[in-house]
Design a protein around this ligand. Sequence first.
Ligand code: GLC
Length: 532
Amino acid sequence: MTNEWWRSAVIYQVYPRSFADASGDGVGDLAGITSRLDHLRDLGIDVVWLSPFMTSPQKDAGYDVSDYRDVDPLFGTLDDFDALIARAHGLDLRVIVDLVPNHSSDQHPWFQEALASEPGSAARGRYMFREGDGDQPPNNWQSVFGGPAWTRVADGQWYLHLFDASQPDFDWSNDEVRADFRTTLRFWLDRGADGFRVDVAHGLVKADGLPDYTPPEDADSMGGAEPVPYWGQDGVHDVYREWHAVLGEYEGDRVLCAEAWMPTVGEIAKWVRPDEMHQAFNFSYLMSEWDADGLRGVIDDSLAAFGAVGAPSTWVLSNHDVIRHATRLALGDESPQGHGIGPTSLGIPDTAFALRRGNAATAVMLALPGSAYIYQGEELGLPEVIDIPDDARQDPTWFRTNGERYGRDGCRVPIPWSAASPAFGFSETGASWLPQPDSWAAYARDAQAGIDGSTLELYRALLRLRRERGLGKGGLEWLESPAGTLSFRNGDVTVLANVSADPVDLPAGRVLAASGPLPDGRLPSDTTVWVG
Ligand code: GLC
């Protein structure tokens, strides 16, 4: 029997190195996660997605895997993974594992074997080795992290890496690569994983002949205008059809979720056709600004595009690659969203103002039908950390652009659990792989628990209501509302979000939840209310 739980699930992203550190070395680990799963149960989520914890030299925070079927000692052991799954399932939480198929680490035995082998050998055939053009690389492609997408090896050949030079791209026309990933899927499914979040799910297949490509000036590095010879090639879909069949061999509705940064929801929806993946991140929603017409447009487009292929829409505002939405939605135009922000960035908003907007956006998202993603720490209202010292930064983007782009460290700072403990309870020893701002005592979970009006209690209330009222399985009906506001009904809940500058009247009915205070019984700017 299948209940298709993923159609309405709330999925919480754990970024293992920054969640909870049981070993005390300053990097979070699996045992730390297991010990705090009850907090997630208490928050009211359904599923935990674990960012990569497999064996890795950690050049890109684990998105550079050298053994797909083991746990990196930094995060623990396979036994720790089994214990995590057992505890999660005991709490009625599902667990999704992050899988990175576009590229491996350069320390993967296959890449080491390729380096030690001749051009044209079977070992080189698992990756994208090519001859250059004289002293020039085979084509003009640029890495997502900046700089050329090709690196030359000792015998003169070049290998492709859409990301860091330490992340060589696999050749997905190679049967051995395909077979090995099916083995990896089974390995984690056999251990009880409920599915996979698939990294760079739009990148695996490259256009024949690897033609030159120059992105338009304003293109997002992970998406760009179409057609791009390394994103969204038709052949990627065959891979997921194979994987869909593998998951189908298992009991209990296992799922695949695509990280496919494509320019429109219509494009993204191709990844969730009935015989492919089950979910795809809705990056169009994540990228939309705090603007009533724009939001209404992207919500309509999403429901239509995903609905047309029989898939649920997903909703997401934050993850480990973007500026936290409690900062981002109030950023000035001067700071492009894609490059991260730091001490020299302009237009950094006031923290309280930005959080208020962020919480209003969350209260819209959690009322929408479909499946929603939450990124660790957003339930605490964490802002992006802006003042990380240069010498503490770790994102390859920072290094590959010589500090021109700050990158993603600001959303990856270890999260605060208790205001008065070393490292705010992240690690007993006080160690933390990225420095935590002093101001984070006020955001600690224990400083917010049970406090009326805290972000944590807002998330708990919204998630409880979402579950009780079946909003994830519901439908959306737009309601008329004053200019600059957004209003819809889902089941018996009416939502009004004030995206305008002036207060408006509350809808009739009992207030079930509000993302901020309601002075004089009216709905102020940057506030969302649920009435029912
Ligand atoms: C995905 C991940 C990101 C990583 C990249 C390369 O976009 O979310 O963190 O750097 O892929 O694997």
